[in-house]
Design a protein around this ligand. Structure first.
Ligand SMILES: N[C@@H](CCC(=O)N[C@@H](CS)C(=O)NCC(=O)O)C(=O)O
Length: 244
């Protein structure tokens, strides 16, 4: 069975030499690369996304939003799905790790970029570069206000800077303890690797020093894993060296 070409809609470019500005887009592109699904990445317009978020994908004439929904759809159609070898306990561990990163650590990473003044000074120019010159100067502070509001509503934004750093570091410790090696669940890759790689990538690849980034970089199994994933699946993408 031949898989149809997927059109991956996401923010363009490799800001700071990193896979994508968005962890969910980096996750989906990593999956497509790992699973050998033919794809073409095109700039995405969130107003054309069924969920209003990115990434979204066009598969055989259908437009589907949400990295996980797209992955599960492709896994169901794939002749050799990445998760076929998982038993129930491994699938449960994969879900716990994925949901911890996507539903908890994500907000720490979002705060590091948009809530923290130093992070914002780094992320703002990269976002302006994604927008037409005339709107960037107005739109980026508006995006910041919206994200700060959502961080407050979700709860992470109500903590002190120090506590947010601590939460991120403890999430990273949990990830490191759940990690088997050489892939997240052991000898073979699974879809969970797409998520883990993406969140390690957006942390280590964001060029604004933080205690969270330094902590992740200091955990040798995660740093080694990150380099292995980049080399195995992303070698042709021209990703840059990690910021110091
Ligand atoms: N669960 C979604 C999350 C996607 C998501 O939150 N995307 C962000 C970029 S990292 C977005 O499009 N945010 C715009 C918004 O919330 O309006 C997925 O896995 O695709």
């Amino acid at each position: 069975m031949t898989l149809p070409e997927v059109v991956l809609r996401q923010p363009p470019g490799r800001p700071w030499g990193s896979a994508n500005v968005s962890p969910f887009c980096a996750k989906l592109e990593t999956y497509l690369r790992m699973a050998g699904v033919p794809f073409r990445a095109e700039p995405g317009d969130p107003f054309r996304s069924p969920s209003g978020k990115m990434p979204f994908a066009e598969i055989g004439g259908e437009t589907i939003a949400d990295s996980q929904v797209v992955i599960e759809r492709l896994e169901a159609e794939h002749p050799t799905p990445l998760d076929a070898w998982l038993d129930d306990a491994q699938a449960a561990r994969a879900r716990l790790v994925r949901r911890m990163l996507e539903e908890a650590y994500y907000f720490v990473a979002l705060w590091l970029r948009w809530g923290d003044d130093e992070g914002y000074a780094t992320v703002a120019p990269a976002f302006r570069a994604l927008l037409p010159a005339a709107v960037g100067w107005l739109a980026v502070p508006m995006i910041r206000r919206g994200i700060v509001k959502s961080l407050h509503a979700q709860g992470t934004g109500r903590h002190t800077r120090e506590r947010i750093h601590e939460m991120g570091k403890r999430d990273i410790d949990a990830l490191a303890h759940a990690f088997e090696g050489p892939f997240v669940l052991g000898a073979r890759p699974s879809t969970c690797d797409a998520t883990v790689f993406a969140f390690v990538e957006i942390t280590l690849g964001f060029p604004c020093p933080s205690p969270v980034r330094a902590h992740m970089a200091s955990i040798t199994p995660l740093a080694t894993y990150h380099a292995m994933m980049r080399e195995t699946y992303w070698a042709d993408a021209g990703l840059g060296p990690l910021p110091s």
